[in-house]
Design a protein around this ligand. Sequence first.
Ligand code: GLY
Length: 280
Amino acid sequence: MDKTAGTPSTSARAEGATTARLDAAIVRLPDAALVHGLRRDDRGWPSPALALEQHARYREALASCGLAVTVLPADPAHPDATFVEDTAVIVGGEVLITRPGAPSRRGEVDAVESALRAAGFETSAIEAPATLDGGDVCEADGRFFVGISARTNEAGANQLASWLARRGIGCTAIDIRARTDILHLKSGLAWLGGRDLLAIDGFPMADFAGYSIVPVDADEAYAANAVCVNDAVLVASGHPRLQARLEGRGYRTLALDMSEFARVDGGLSCLSLRFRRPPC
Ligand code: GLY
């Protein structure tokens, strides 16, 4: 049964959902150093070869959704560099370059910033001592949620909120520091387009007033990190109930094997920055 937070919403995907059509993405190849990626639990070592195969399927899925995919070279100096989403927040033609909360990840931002500038974006940056990971930033129909987490501190959430406020965009902070089940806000929350959010249990529902919540069962929680790309939703494979629930609501799903990235706390959204290219 779907749960609705606040005002009633439709029980199926809204016609004419306001999701902007995306036309490009930036990804970064996983390096063999992925085996040294940060992780909270030991779930076995990722296989670099299998990670490369899964990354190729991921790129194909983005391309099949109409995105031109820019592939950055692997970065042996930064084991987590394939998780490019953590390095930038894109709003319209502007980019806020983050300052990742894990010191080992701070050097990842330069290559991504260069690629985004080459794509025509203006950039500004989070300033120390603030930290912000893109995985804590969830856009949802013209507004944002930001997780205050082990990676994103209050100063980072505040800098993001101020940056968005200067652009007339609201932002609500959700404190997830007490949660041990998720690394980033988007480990448990995804925007599906329109007013639909995919969410695991335990978030303050009042923050989601006006949104319709598609619940994720506890034993399928990893799949909450889904990604809406134009007319499809990318979902981690092996989570059949969630996939059926999304299909039942009118979403076309594309299931992707994420086993190797999951071993180092990576999810579908972390693997790309998705955007609409600014006009030349
Ligand atoms: N391994 C992904 C991260 O911890 O940021």
